[in-house]
Design a protein around this ligand. Structure first.
Ligand SMILES: [Zn+2]
Length: 256
């Protein structure tokens, strides 16, 4: 019964691994969000989880069950929350979920947690959850609990970007359902991608402001914000390696 996944351990095995506070716990957080007609709705969960598994093996960490829902899809980064299938939480719920889970880990003895984010819109609600957890833990006298918050795409190096996007990098915001996520899914979960349904389209363009309520006509019909056509499993393998390597090496020193 030896696994990097907390949910696959018995409580005494888990207790033994975390009670002393030295083991890092990786918590993936994603979303249930449409990712175009060519892909399943769970890449924001599967991709950070796959990376967390590999990082955990590299650095002797554990992986918590991922949080499978996230904050509302925003039009200029995820197509918008009006899209069918996209199923989101209020910001308060995201922050409270993070806070509750972190406080439970702290009760078990865990003192080092890394949140591995796969859904851009979660970012500040993760920070809020972490802040609330640290504040309440301080009230309980726990002052040595520390948290790393990261989004996996921030570990894609400039060299890799040049290799993956030889025709020019459109920017992470319009990468929703595009080359990054589709390539990683082709490498890790090919049965969840159907490239014959990938739509060839130019990167979406938006005005320099957000508008509410959402104007559905701003979002390309596919729900993708750029073309997934140049995606490939080989690009996915490269992206996975560079992210896992980058996250592993940063986490080796982050908690010192
Ligand atoms: Zn995504």
């Amino acid at each position: 019964m030896d696994s990097v996944h907390i949910s696959e351990l018995s409580w005494p095995v888990y207790d033994e691994k975390v009670r002393h506070g030295r083991t890092v716990v990786l918590l993936p957080i994603g979303a249930l969000e449409q990712h175009g007609p060519h892909m399943s709705m769970n890449p924001d969960v599967l991709l950070p989880t796959a990376m967390a598994e590999r990082v955990a093996r590299n650095i002797g960490a554990l992986v918590a069950p991922p949080i499978a829902y996230g904050y509302k899809s925003q039009q200029k980064s995820g197509g918008g929350n009006h899209m069918p299938g996209t199923t989101s939480l209020d910001g308060l719920t995201v922050a409270s979920t993070i806070k509750d889970v972190l406080k439970e880990f702290a009760r078990h003895g865990v003192r080092k947690v890394a949140l591995v984010n796969g859904h851009f819109e979660n970012s500040m609600f993760i920070v809020e959850g972490v802040d609330l957890a640290l504040r309440e833990l301080r009230w309980e006298g726990i002052r040595d609990f520390s948290v790393v918050v990261l989004s996996y795409w921030d570990f894609v190096t400039e060299d890799t970007i040049r290799e993956i996007y030889p025709y020019g990098f459109p920017g992470w915001a319009v990468e929703h359902g595009g080359v990054l996520e589709t390539s990683l899914m082709l490498h890790l979960h090919p049965h969840l991608v159907d490239m014959s349904k990938a739509v060839d389209q130019p990167p979406a363009t938006f005005p320099p402001y957000d508008f509410f309520p959402t104007k559905p006509q701003w979002t390309p019909c596919s729900g993708c914000l750029s073309s997934a056509k140049p995606a490939s499993a080989a690009k996915g393998k490269l992206l996975l390696e560079v992210c896992v390597e980058g996250i592993s090496s940063q986490l080796r020193t982050a908690f010192d």
